[in-house]
Each structure stands twice: as C-alpha cells, then as structure tokens.
Design a binder for this molecule. Structure first.
Ligand SMILES: Cc1cc2nc3c(=O)[nH]c(=O)nc-3n(C[C@H](O)[C@H](O)[C@H](O)COP(=O)(O)OP(=O)(O)OC[C@H]3O[C@@H](n4cnc5c(N)ncnc54)[C@H](O)[C@@H]3O)c2cc1C
Length: 258
C-alpha cells in the first residue's frame, strides 16, 4: 500500500483565511443573510441533481450586475474559484463546488418580448417553461427543450447548452442565442448587442481577444482536433457551447469595428 500524500496544514489554514477575508470584504456591500456559510445550508447547497456532493465554503445570493461584478473581482484577487447555480438540476455536478457558489434567483427574472415573439430577451433566473408561457400567445417558444424545462432556468439552459427530444442540435442555445450580456471574471460587462459596449470591450480586452484568436487559429490548423469538435457537435454536446465557435467564427470578425 502506498502512503497518501501528506496534508498541507499551512495551505489549508491560508485558504480558510482567504474565505474569511472574502466574506468580510463582501459583507461591506452584501447583507449577511445573502452570505451563507453555516453548516446546514452549505450542506443543502452541496448537491444538484447529480450524484456528486461538494460543500461550498460560501454561497452568495447576488441581486444585480453591480454586486456580481464585485463578487467576481473579490474572488479573483484571492484566486478563489466560483461556480454559478441556477435551478441546480444539472446531472453531472455542474452546479456544485467546494469553493464559492453564486446563486442568481428571483431578482433575475426579467423578460422582454421583441418583434412579436420572434425574439425574446431573458435574464438568467427565468424558468424555461415561463418563457414559453409568455411566448405562447405569439405561437412561439424558445429553442432549447430539456425535459426539466419546468424547473431549469435560462442561465443553466444556456451554460449547459441544454436540449431535448425535439430541438436536438438544431435549436439549442448554441444555435438560437443571438446576443448575450455577460459579466466577465474581472468584473467587467460586455453586451454583445450594444455596439458601444463591444467597441469598449475591444479596447479594454485587446490582449484577451488576441490570445483567443491565436487559440482559434491553432485549433483550426489541428485537423484531428477540429474534426473531433465537429463530430461532437454533430451528435449533441451539452458541455458548453464554446468549442464549436473556434471553428466557425473569428474573434476579430465578431468584435470588428462597428
Ligand atoms: C429530470 C431531469 C431531466 C433533464 N432533462 C434534460 C434534457 O432533456 N436535456 C438536457 O440537456 N438536460 C436535461 N437535464 C439536465 C438539466 O436540467 C439541464 O441541463 C438544465 O438546463 C440545467 O439548468 P439549471 O437551471 O438547473 O442549471 P444549473 O444546474 O443550476 O447550472 C447548470 C450550469 O450552468 C451554470 N450556470 C447557471 N447559471 C449561470 C449563469 N447565470 N451564468 C453562468 N453560468 C451559469 C452552472 O454553473 C452550471 O455549470 C435534466 C435534468 C433532470 C433532473
């Protein structure tokens, strides 16, 4: 039998200090009832619909974009990983973590129906079935149709690139999302539907865009890898909707001058 690796006690203490410092920093802006760290509730947040369990050190219920940017920045400076949770119906442990869990709930249920239901703007806390209920009078529905649609939320549907029996790979989020408003890990905001936001992002994140472009180029020239990605997306790929983008679109063109 081989000996297990020794536990680094000083590292554990350092991490515990980092989470304590994070909580203190966040409590200056976020009320204590939305910073959950007691044993019982973190245990409850330690599961999603999968068979995995990871107990978060801290659960933060975030109410708006400003708060979210603040939480992400504070975690980033302390190098503490974050995971988002919408309805927590993921089957492969996507919504559990032993670090910081960010939950977007009731305050993120904004809906705007556009062009007679041809398009819809949804915040991440909207339940999929609710979006369909609102689109029904226009004879429309959202593309993704996971069997969990009565519970799961737009944030989770989009991040999982969820799809069901009817939509297959033809109408999943990857195929049907036109634009997105995102808060990046550095706390900055990009709204791809707003040309001013895109222009500002191109300037502020030029280095990031250049390295993404370089990676895309490498992947496009790696024939076996490019083929593997195409094959995966032809079948059904619910593990994020980004890798196919490497092959179909240049970052430079998406963020080119407006
Ligand atoms: C009974 C049952 C049936 C199901 N049927 C299907 C099916 O037919 N097809 C299918 O694809 N899946 C299915 N699922 C899996 C799951 O329900 C879906 O993938 C669903 O879309 C997940 O949504 P959620 O709101 O529960 O997200 P969560 O599980 O909470 O999160 C999913 C992922 O999204 C991320 N996330 C959540 N919100 C945000 C945000 N605001 N910003 C960034 N990232 C975010 C999380 O970190 C996580 O990685 C099923 C699950 C169950 C329990």
């Amino acid at each position: 039998m081989t000996a297990a690796a020794p536990i680094d006690v000083s590292l554990m203490a350092e991490r515990a200090d980092a989470y304590r410092a994070l909580r203190e920093a966040l409590s200056l802006h976020i009320p204590d009832e939305r910073l959950i760290h007691d044993a019982l509730r973190t245990l409850a947040y330690g599961t999603d619909a999968s068979f995995y369990r990871l107990i978060p050190k801290l659960v933060v219920r975030v109410h708006d974009e400003q708060e979210l940017g603040h939480v992400l920045r504070e975690c980033r400076v302390r190098k503490l990983p974050v995971t988002f949770r919408a309805a927590g119906t993921s089957l492969s442990g996507q919504a559990v973590t032993d670090s910081v869990l960010i939950q977007l709930g009731g305050e993120w249920r904004g809906v705007e129906i556009l062009e007679q239901g041809n398009r819809i703007r949804l915040q991440p806390g909207v339940i999929g079935a609710r979006a369909n209920q609102l689109l029904a009078p226009f004879g429309r529905k959202i593309g993704p149709d996971p069997a969990s649609i009565n519970s799961c939320m737009i944030g989770g549907i989009a991040a999982n690139n969820a799809s069901g029996m009817c939509c297959g790979t033809a109408h999943n989020s990857y195929r049907t999302v036109e634009d997105m408003r995102v808060i990046l890990a550095d706390g900055s905001c990009l709204d791809t539907a707003d040309r001013h936001s895109v222009a500002a992002f191109r300037k502020s994140h030029a280095t990031l865009l250049a390295s993404l472009e370089k990676m895309a180029d490498e992947i496009r020239h790696d024939t076996p890898l490019a083929e593997r990605i195409r094959h995966k997306y032809r079948l059904k790929n619910t593990t994020g909707y980004s890798s196919m983008r490497w092959l179909t679109m240049s970052m430079a063109s998406r963020f080119s001058s407006t």
